[in-house]
Ligand binder design. Structure first.
Ligand code: ZN
Ligand code: ZN
Length: 585
């Protein structure tokens, strides 16, 4: 207030003088009050200095008031936290020990070290009470929390056992009606469940962190407390991170368990990867061959699962599992809005790529941000894998395979994208598995082994020419550097770091309204599974006792070469010799 008044006065007097100076033809006595330029400048400088000083002064007072309030809050919340701990021990732990409802072991599992935590709380409360009693400008509070630092391990132990504690409590409550009755009785009297009391130590740590952060922000750097609070905060932050992580892990575990119950169909083992963290879930439109379909997506720290919600399911919220996409080295691309395709983005992964449409701009930002974070973190976690490969494989090189293409929707092309042929009921659309283009049967008569899919698949003529050209080039360069062949081979056999690559190898390309007609017979024919003949006609199988059928045709080419199948077991022979008299294809 005072600050503003001074400000106003100075401005008024300055304003007057400037007017007088510029007016020129004013009476003589007015001219006596005229200011020189130099004086005006001096006044402006003084004015600014006063303003700055007052602002700083007010801020200082504000900060000190905030400090007082935070100290008070630390004390008050510590007191009420103590009441909860007291309730755990005197309303539950003690009586349950006396009643002998449960064994000593079970009680230890449920109540863990809560008695020690309560003791620590009592000490903290009395220390805080003393401080608050004589609280002043120079008081410190960081020292109390520094005193607590060595005991913070109690909270780590508590947090580590919390999950077991809650499940043990539920298990025993279901098993013993007397215990159940006892718990219900206490709930009726206090209005608080034991489980809500048991979680309080876990919630206390983030609270300490928040309040001490505020305290540090509002403590002058030359105040004794500044260093003390900063040090205490360091200790708390370590425990807070631990607590947060274990809470997240537990939530993810619960989410995965919940999802396991909700998903039906060919669901992969979601517990395959340890510490898989759940991020977000929601409905997105997935652009499919004919239309956009709503799918429910579940984003984890390494995979993106999508499923379709089953209508009229007898069990509430049931989903049919479609696919789990390994997000290692996946990427997302923003798709500019166009009519009928709003709030879209593309997900590109090795095994499957597609366009997704969010409901609105905010939803799109949320999903893109979340997926991007997961991809980056995943890359960071496994960064060592890509650089420690044989011969120091470059990060972006990996096994040299590009992501799967985004399939061009059926409605986007009325004619083959390579030749003028029109698509009809008989002349059907096919998707090239390498570039995603819509092509006719004649332009996609060949198939090729695609590294990203780990299998042989339909490709268009353009892609076939490109791929076989690349291969010739590679063979040529390998012939001139024979020592490199081993390195190249091992690189080609790299499998996914998570071992999840099989997720993409579903027989059916889900979400395709009308799947392509059976892929053209690969040229050369595919490798038959071990112990089985390539002959698919059961009537033509040789009679018992007949000599075994001739060995199957070569895996890929007639001359032996490196195996290109990424999922081929490394101890198996790299290729088979050509059958006698086989004609070149
Ligand atoms: Zn064509
Ligand atoms: Zn193609």
């Amino acid at each position: 207030m005072m600050n503003q008044e001074i400000d106003l006065n100075l401005t008024l007097s300055l304003g007057e003088s400037v007017n007088v100076g510029m007016g020129g033809g004013e009476p003589e006595r007015e001219k006596e009050r005229e200011w020189t330029e130099e004086e005006i400048q001096k006044i402006v400088i003084i004015q600014r200095a006063i303003k700055r000083y007052l602002e700083r002064f007010e801020k200082k007072i504000d900060r000190r008031r905030t400090r007082d309030a935070i100290a008070m809050e630390l004390y008050e919340t510590e007191k009420s936290y103590g009441k909860s701990l007291n309730s755990i021990i005197n309303r539950y732990y003690g009586p349950m020990e006396e009643n002998k409802f449960l064994s000593k072991n079970s009680l230890n599992t449920i109540f863990m070290n809560v008695t020690q935590i309560f003791e620590l709380n009592l000490e903290m409360t009395s220390k805080l009470q003393l401080k608050i009693g004589e609280w002043g400008k120079y008081s410190t509070i960081g020292d109390i929390f520094l005193y607590m630092t060595p005991y913070l391990a109690l909270y780590k132990d508590y947090c580590g056992g919390y999950h077991h504690s809650i499940s043990k409590l539920e298990e025993k409550r279901d098993a013993y009606p007397k215990l159940s009755q006892f718990l219900d009785q206490n709930f009726m009297e206090t209005g608080v469940q034991l489980a809500s009391l048991l979680i309080q130590p876990i919630q206390r740590i983030p609270r300490y962190k928040l309040l001490l952060e505020q305290m540090l922000k509002n403590t002058e750097e030359d105040h004794k407390d500044h260093e003390l609070v900063a040090k205490a905060l360091e200790g708390i932050e370590g425990v807070a991170t631990y607590v947060n992580e274990s809470v997240r892990e537990r939530q993810s575990m619960e989410k995965i368990l919940e999802l396991k119950k909700k998903l039906t169909g060919d669901v992969p083992n979601l517990f395959l990867v340890e510490k898989r963290i759940f991020h977000i879930e929601g409905v997105l439109g997935k652009v499919c061959r004919k239309t956009t379909k709503n799918r429910t997506f579940f984003l984890f720290s390494d995979i993106l699962i999508y499923a379709v919600k089953m209508e009229n399911s007898p069990i509430a919220e049931q989903y049919k599992f479609h696919r789990a996409i390994d997000l290692f080295k996946a990427s997302i691309i923003d798709v500019p809005d166009k009519p009928g395709m709003e709030h879209g983005f593309q997900l590109l992964s090795k095994t499957k790529s597609f366009t997704l449409l969010a409901e609105n701009f905010i939803d799109k930002q949320k999903w893109m941000g979340a997926i991007r974070t997961v991809i980056n973190d995943y890359r960071e976690r496994h960064g060592d894998c890509s650089t420690s490969g044989v011969g120091g494989t470059q990060d972006d090189e990996d096994d040299g395979s590009a992501p799967a293409p985004v399939w061009i929707p059926d409605g986007d092309a009325k004619t083959c994208m390579l030749c003028p042929v029109k698509f009809t009921t008989f002349n059907r659309r096919h998707h090239c598995r390498r570039c995603g283009k819509l092509v006719c049967g004649a332009c996609s008569g060949k198939s090729y082994h695609l590294e990203n899919l780990g299998k042989t698949a339909r490709v268009c003529d353009n892609c076939y020419t490109e791929l076989s050209g690349e291969e010739k080039e590679r063979d040529k360069s390998m012939a001139s550097f024979p020592n490199d062949s081993k390195k190249d081979k091992s690189k080609r056999q790299t499998t996914s770091v998570t071992g999840l690559s099989f997720f993409g190898k579903k027989k059916r390309d889900d979400d395709d309204d009308s799947p392509d007609s059976p892929p053209p017979s690969p040229r050369p024919p595919p490798l038959a599974p071990p112990g089985m003949s390539n002959n698919t006609n059961p009537g033509a199988s040789p009679p018992p006792g007949a000599p075994p059928p001739p060995p199957p045709p070569p895996a890929k080419r007639n001359k032996p070469g490196p195996v290109r199948n990424t999922s081929f077991p490394s101890n198996a022979p790299p290729s088979r010799p050509p059958p006698p008299g086989s004609a070149p294809t």
